[in-house]
Design a protein around this ligand. Structure first.
Ligand code: ACO
Length: 323
């Protein structure tokens, strides 16, 4: 039996930090309100000349260096994003040539909003298990600042830009123990960017190409769905909460993370949280949080990690991993 194992992690955050106080200048909000309702204190915002593939490149290079793997040895790139560089080619193929990953290898993007990294990880794991790849680069990279309506205080305070990456390699022990993916398109009106290129470029002007969200309703569905997801994940794998060393949630809102941790009866000390300084970086949030906790020494080899995400679609999913 072949499994996949995380060989190394990487992350990249744009240089510019935007504190809550800056948002007070253009929407009616306050630092106190944002901290209390979301746990966010600041977020990183990409420079005008930075693209999604620029962010991804930095994160990928760091993950390769941490893994001791050269770009020539990567045979699969899966990049999760809702903010690609171009309509086509995919951001993954742009990254392939910029990284120096050999031509002829597999590279594609995945669109599953904030659950994108879990989707990408699941797919990469299946490639490795079925011998379709030996070494995979899995990336979440987003520039949400470009699709925010900076006059909508219900959304513009939440998101930030960044990229996180992992290198997966074939191994004879897990590694990735199990994954779960889910989607339900029935409530797309609660969270979306209501226009896309197939409706014509003109339609993307103004607020039409920007994130809209009924935050309070999304919040309730997210809490309920994630609670169910994490308990299901443990049950399916015959595990107890005490078997989990670290919960690494999608970083949307500290209150959602606290509710999920409570459902698992896990103290917040065992939850990796970066939402205070990253905000919600959508598909990048989980690999960024993982990278932070690996690099600061909290996550050690053999620790059991539970990754979980919920996002537009709705999409949601989990990954249970022995690091
Ligand atoms: N500053 C001050 N007041 C605000 C702000 C703000 N930035 N935003 C909203 N308010 C006001 C509202 O207008 C409302 O006022 P009212 O009572 O006079 O009508 C009041 O605050 C309460 O608003 P709620 O929306 O009920 O606030 P809530 O506590 O739900 O917090 C938030 C809003 C932070 C958006 C929360 O609902 C949330 O985090 N939702 C989930 C987001 C999420 O997980 N998304 C999924 C992933 S994202 C993806 O996939 C792309």
């Amino acid at each position: 039996m072949i499994y996949s194992q995380i060989l190394g992690t990487g992350g990249y955050l744009p240089e510019r930090v935007m504190p809550n106080s800056e948002l007070e200048q253009w929407v009616e909000t306050s630092d106190v309100w944002i901290r209390e309702r979301t746990g966010i204190e600041s977020r990183h915002i990409a420079a005008d000349d930075e693209s999604c593939s620029d962010l991804a490149l930095n994160a990928a290079q760091q993950a390769l260096a941490a893994s001791g793997i050269s770009a020539e040895d990567v045979d699969l790139i899966i990049l999760a994003t809702s903010t690609p560089d171009q309509v086509f080619p995919s951001t993954a193929t742009r990254l392939q040539q910029r990284l120096g990953v050999p031509a002829g290898t597999i590279a594609f993007d995945v669109s599953a909003a904030c659950s994108g990294f879990i989707y990408a990880l699941d797919i990469a794991n299946r490639f490795i298990q079925t011998k379709g790849a030996k070494t995979a680069l899995v990336i979440g990279a987003e520039i949400f600042s470009r699709i925010l309506n900076w006059e909508d205080r219900g959304t513009c305070i939440l998101f930030g830009d960044g990229a996180g990456a992992v290198v997966l390699g074939a191994a004879d022990q897990p590694g990735i123990i199990s994954t779960q993916l889910h989607a339900d398109g029935r409530q797309e009106s609660l969270l979306n960017v209501p226009w896309g290129v197939s409706q014509g470029y003109e339609a993307l002007q103004g607020v039409h190409g920007k994130v809209t969200m009924k935050g309070n309703e999304v919040f309730k569905v997210a809490v309920r769905t994630l609670g169910q997801l994490v308990t299901d994940t443990l049950q399916t794998n015959g595990m107890e909460n005490s078997d989990i060393d670290w919960l690494i949630p999608h970083q949307a809102n500290i209150r959602i993370m606290e509710a999920t941790a409570k459902k698992l009866n896990l103290p917040m000390e065992r939850v990796v949280s970066t939402v205070a300084t990253h905000g919600n970086t959508s598909a990048a949030s989980i690999p960024l949080a993982l990278n932070v906790a690996v690099r600061d020494g909290r996550i050690k080899r053999n620790d059991v990690l539970l990754l979980e995400a919920f996002g537009a679609g709705f999409t949601w999913g989990s990954a249970l991993i022995r690091y």
